[in-house]
Write a protein that binds this ligand. Structure first.
Ligand SMILES: [Zn+2]
Length: 267
C-alpha cells in the first residue's frame, strides 16, 4: 500500500473520528500530509505508529481497523488521539528513515546526570538522573510530531507501534515502563499469534525478560510520555518476519488492552 492509499483508508474513518493534518512533510519534490485522528472521550489513549518506514504493520492496523478500534474505545468512553504514520516518505519507500535518508529517530529527551553530563538514553528500570529536558532538534518528521505532542494534554496512556527488522524470526516483545504485570495479559494473548521473544538480546546492552519485556529509558516518544506522567506506556514490537496477519492481530490485542487499561483508570 502506498502512502496515498493509506491516507485514503484513514480518511474513510471520518465518520468516527475528527481527522486533521498536523503538518506537511516536503520530501523529494512531493508534499506528504501528516494525519491525526481524534475521537471524543475521556480519559484518553494516545497511539503513535510508523516512526520507521519499513515497520508498516502499525500504520496498516490503524488504517484497516480504525472503525472497530474507535467503536471499542467509545463503548468504554475512552478517547483516542492517533498519529498513524509519522514518516510518510519512509512508509512509501519501505525504508527505516525518510526519503532523504534523514533519521526521524524517535529522539526526544536529554537526561542530565548528577555530574552535569547529558545522555540521550538511560539503561535500567529506574535509573538515577538530575533532570530531563525536551530535545528540540531532529529531522522534519520528528519536529512535526514533537510540536503536535507538546500541545496535547498528557493522556492516561501512550502506545507506540513498531516492528523489529533485525531479528531473523517471527516474534513479538515490548519496551514497557512501570509495572509489567499490567501488560502480562497482553503478552500472553499475543503469544497465540507470535512467539514471545523471551530472554533475547535485542541490543548489545538489552535483553528481554521471560515475558519479552524490556525496560529502557531510550528518550523515545514513549519515554517522554512516561516522564510527563502517563500511567501506562509501551512500545510494542512485532518482527518484520512475522506474517502481516499475525502482526496485525498482536497490534489489535495491545490497542484493545490499552483501551481497557485507560477505561479502568477512571475507576
Ligand atoms: Zn521502530
Amino acid at each position: 500500500m502506498d502512502y496515498a492509499a493509506l491516507v485514503a483508508r484513514l480518511r474513510s474513518h471520518a465518520k468516527v473520528a475528527r481527522i486533521t493534518r498536523y503538518g506537511t512533510i516536503a520530501e523529494k519534490g512531493r508534499s506528504w500530509p501528516l494525519l491525526r485522528l481524534d475521537t471524543p472521550g475521556s480519559p484518553r489513549l494516545l497511539i503513535t505508529a510508523g516512526f520507521h518506514g519499513d515497520e508498516q504493520a502499525g500504520p496498516l492496523t490503524l488504517a484497516q481497523h480504525f472503525g472497530t478500534i474507535a467503536r471499542y474505545a467509545r463503548a468504554r468512553k475512552v478517547g483516542l488521539t492517533v498519529f498513524p504514520c509519522l514518516n510518510p516518505s519512509g512508509f512509501e519507500l519501505s525504508t527505516r528513515y525518510n526519503a532523504s535518508g534523514e533519521k526521524p529517530n524517535n529522539d526526544f529527551l536529554r537526561y542530565e546526570l548528577e555530574d552535569g553530563s547529558e545522555e540521550g538514553v538511560l539503561y535500567g528500570k529506574d535509573p538515577a538522573f538530575r533532570r530531563w529536558r525536551l530535545f528540540k532538534q531532529g529531522p522534519q518528521e520528528t519536529r512535526a510530531i514533537r510540536r503536535a505532542l507538546e500541545r496535547v494534554r498528557t493522556p492516561v496512556a501512550a502506545l507506540d507501534l513498531h516492528q523489529d527488522n533485525y531479528m531473523r524470526r517471527a516474534a513479538t516483545y515490548a519496551y514497557v515502563f512501570g509495572d509489567a504485570q499490567l501488560y502480562l495479559p497482553l503478552a500472553l494473548r499475543s503469544k497465540k499469534h507470535l512467539p514471545l521473544a523471551a530472554r533475547v538480546q535485542v541490543d548489545p546492552r538489552l535483553v528481554t525478560d521471560s515475558n519479552g519485556f524490556i525496560w529502557f529509558h531510550d528518550g523515545s516518544v514513549t519515554d517522554w510520555f512516561w516522564r510527563r506522567g502517563v500511567r501506562y506506556a509501551a512500545a510494542l514490537e512485532t518482527t518484520t518476519l512475522g506474517a502481516p496477519k499475525k502482526c496485525d492481530a498482536v497490534n489489535l490485542i495491545w490497542i484493545r488492552g490499552f483501551i481497557d487499561l485507560v477505561a479502568l483508570a477512571r475507576l
